[in-house]
Design a protein around this ligand. Structure first.
Ligand SMILES: Cc1cc2nc3c(=O)[nH]c(=O)nc-3n(C[C@H](O)[C@H](O)[C@H](O)COP(=O)(O)OP(=O)(O)OC[C@H]3O[C@@H](n4cnc5c(N)ncnc54)[C@H](O)[C@@H]3O)c2cc1C
Length: 446
């Protein structure tokens, strides 16, 4: 492939395997890939040129925002690195609220810090280095999901570079179908160079960590009952992990976030839970929102991460049988994790057909898996874990694509219900008929 025309067309760096800096450029949080070429775009024009180059050279475009997905680790394609497009601008919208314009390669930690300085927030995820791009386009479940919905629910417009390299301003008024597709349909429709979000007032949050001991089934049932009637300012996670490293103590914990600075309100909401045997309050304090986001360093390029046998599911009714199946899965092998996040509230206010995101009636997100540790896990155990997880997933109402590390092209069928997929495929056919943007949970053009 002759990359000389690309080098002369863009102002950002273009790297090939023989260039200095190649190894650093191809490493991301998710691992190390071997693309055909990497373009570190530095402007909107660069993005158009990179897309046109990928199309002309008949290579797939591999788009990297925050670099947390498995697609950045593939050994092919024109890798378009958006990380330099990270501007954040706050303007007043037509109703006097705050509209935030965010570059397509920005990361949530940086965005949250800039917004926090202005008393504002957008519901994002729990980790600072995750990209605005991947998280939003796939949905985005974060600490304010019950107060404000998904990250994608706050998206009101975008600037998109199409598969033809053209620039399109997307809004509900100009391209309602395209905006619909960007609210959960993934990176299938072009490269978003600017996301426009409606922000919310957020002076601070109250964050609590609860230590848990005792019967997990009883604790989870109590947590479910509290969330069934809790104000929507409250969002919680439940995490039960094995000892993995000295900074992450083994065992079960609940983290709770209150959208707002009212300590007493969080205490009141958690009171019934704190009355349960085995629940202790380790910490509860008013914090700035960016300070509660996690920040893991990227793994060393040669660090082998163990495989994960399990998955996630969107649960409508966290009944006793579902709790039992989740806890039994975790108990069946010490090297496993169980992770739940509360949904409902504003997440459930959004009509199902308003976005491509599945299962708006879900009240919980659950994820569990066993680690595929070489030498410890054999084929029989792998098969047992996979089948135990499949039975749990069957109880749910859908799968959240962003938390899947699968690069199986057929995986998108498990995320989107048939009618949603048909609508996404029609939009894909219009905007990317040759499937240039195929390295994502792929919607195949009709
Ligand atoms: C440590 C960790 C914590 C996480 N926490 C959360 C969480 O709290 N909540 C949650 O909902 N999810 C969470 N996730 C999942 C996360 O949403 C996905 O991994 C997401 O794909 C990451 O986005 P990214 O931009 O960092 O990744 P990337 O790998 O850069 O991109 C992922 C996908 O999005 C596409 N894409 C990215 N940017 C653009 C753009 N500007 N235009 C077009 N396409 C684009 C890419 O092509 C690719 O298909 C977490 C993941 C990790 C690894």
């Amino acid at each position: 492939m002759d990359i000389a025309p690309l080098r002369s067309a863009v102002s950002g760096a273009v790297l090939a395997a023989e260039d200095q800096g190649w190894d650093a450029a191809r490493a991301s949080h998710a691992g190390v890939g071997r693309p055909d070429v990497i373009v570190r775009v530095s402007s909107l024009d660069d993005v158009s040129e990179a897309v046109r180059f990928a199309a002309a050279s008949r290579r797939v475009a591999v788009v990297r925002g925050g670099g947390h997905s498995a697609w950045c680790t593939l050994d092919e394609g024109v890798l378009i690195d958006l990380s330099a497009l990270d501007a954040v601008e706050v303007v007043e919208d037509s109703e006097g609220g705050a509209l935030v314009r965010i570059g397509g390669g920005a990361r949530w930690g940086d965005v949250a810090r800039i917004l926090s300085d202005q008393g504002l927030g957008i519901s994002s995820g729990d980790t600072a280095s995750v990209g605005v791009g991947g998280l939003t386009l796939g949905g985005g479940i974060g600490w304010m999901v019950r107060a404000w919905g998904l990250a994608a629910d706050q998206l009101v417009g975008a600037q998109l570079v199409t598969a033809e390299g053209e620039v399109v301003e997307v809004s509900d008024a100009s391209h309602p179908d395209l905006l619909w597709a960007l609210r959960g349909g993934g990176g299938n429709f072009g490269i978003v160079t600017r996301f426009d979000f409606r922000a919310h007032d957020l002076p601070a949050v109250v964050f609590a960590e609860l230590g848990l001991s005792g019967d997990a089934r009883t604790l989870l049932a109590a947590l479910r009952d509290v969330l069934a009637t809790a104000p929507r300012e409250l969002t919680v996670t439940y995490m039960d992990v094995p000892a993995m490293d000295p900074n992450a103590p083994a065992g079960a914990t609940i983290a709770a976030c209150w959208a707002g600075a009212d300590e007493d309100a969080l205490r009141a909401a958690l009171a019934p839970l704190l009355a349960v045997d085995g629940v202790v309050e380790n910490d509860l304090a008013v914090r700035e929102y960016p300070d509660i986001l996690l920040d893991h360093p990227a793994p060393e390029p040669d660090q082998q991460m163990p495989g994960f046998i399990g998955g996630n599911t969107l649960v409508v009714d966290l009944d006793e049988a579902t709790i039992d199946a989740l806890v039994a899965f975790r108990e069946s092998t010490p090297a496993s994790v169980l992770f739940l996040r509360s949904l409902g509230g504003a997440y459930g206010d959004v009509p199902q057909e308003a976005t491509p995101f599945p299962a708006r009636d879900a009240t919980w997100f659950a994820m569990a898996g066993g680690f595929d540790i070489p030498g410890l896990v054999d084929d029989a155990e792998r098969a047992r874990l996979a089948s135990a997880w499949a039975a749990i997933e069957d109880r749910g109402a859908g799968v959240y694509g962003n938390f899947s590390t699968s690069t199986d092209p057929a995986f998108a069928e498990r995320i989107y219900p048939t009618e949603t997929m048909a609508r996404l495929a029609a939009i894909k056919t219009k905007w990317d008929p040759r499937n240039l943007f195929a390295r994502n949970h792929n919607v195949v053009p009709a």
